[in-house]
Design a binder for this molecule. Structure first.
Ligand code: URA
Length: 207
């Protein structure tokens, strides 16, 4: 199963290259940053776009924001190998500018394909750039940390919108909020797994 998933994920990467997605970004980039972590994970985290360190290494979230992300994972008793981490835009925008709407739109179908392969129970959006695709029209200040169930293709998906870890780097209040939101994730997973069990067993309530 995992082998097959790996092959399918490699195919998505190859398709981004052969379809010449965002050629201007591609030309300036060192690496196409597809994602990292456990392809059988229950949780997929989705950021914005690679920065300089990520572009050079080919891995998402390894700079300052990534260090804070590792801390948040640890505070929820998780490690990077327990989750899969990716971005909506997979090439670094020049000088780390915000990704353009056209760039996000160009990469969106490939993100959908990644999620179709990995089939997580929860998608955690990090910041508004990935959130707006799953939860259009909502304000992050009003919904952060709250699980929202959406229809996603032929299935349902739970989205947990969080602030972007970079927003917390120089803001202690935001840092505390993010950690508070993050440590809810294992509990949300437990609730979903219980619901799944109960559905299998024909029980209707989770208690
Ligand atoms: N910020 C992001 O959104 N993604 C990364 O991979 C690194 C920093």
């Amino acid at each position: 199963m995992t082998d097959n998933k790996q092959v399918l994920l490699e195919q998505i990467k190859a398709d981004i290259v052969s379809n010449n997605v965002c050629p201007d970004l591609a030309q300036a980039a060192t690496n196409l940053v597809m994602g990292d972590g456990n392809i059988d994970a229950d949780i997929v985290l989705i950021g914005e776009a690679p920065g300089k360190n990520e572009d050079l290494s080919g891995l998402p979230f390894i700079g300052a924001a990534g260090k804070f992300l590792n801390e948040m994972l640890a505070s929820a008793n998780m490690q990077r190998t327990d989750v899969f981490i990716t971005n909506i835009v997979k090439y670094r925008p020049p000088n780390n500018r915000d990704p353009l709407p056209a760039e996000k739109a160009a990469f969106w179908p490939y993100l959908v394909r990644q999620l179709d392969v990995i089939r997580p129970q929860i998608v955690v959006t990090l910041g508004r750039h990935s959130m707006e695709y799953f939860l259009p029209g909502v304000k992050i200040s009003e919904v952060h940390g709250q699980p929202k169930t959406i229809k996603f293709g032929d299935t349902k998906l739970v989205i947990v919108p969080l602030y972007h870890p970079a927003a917390a780097l120089y803001n202690g209040g935001m840092r505390a909020t993010l950690i508070e939101d993050f440590i809810k994730l294992p509990k949300i997973i437990d609730i979903l797994k219980n619901e799944e069990e109960n559905t299998k067993n024909g029980t209707t309530t989770t208690g």
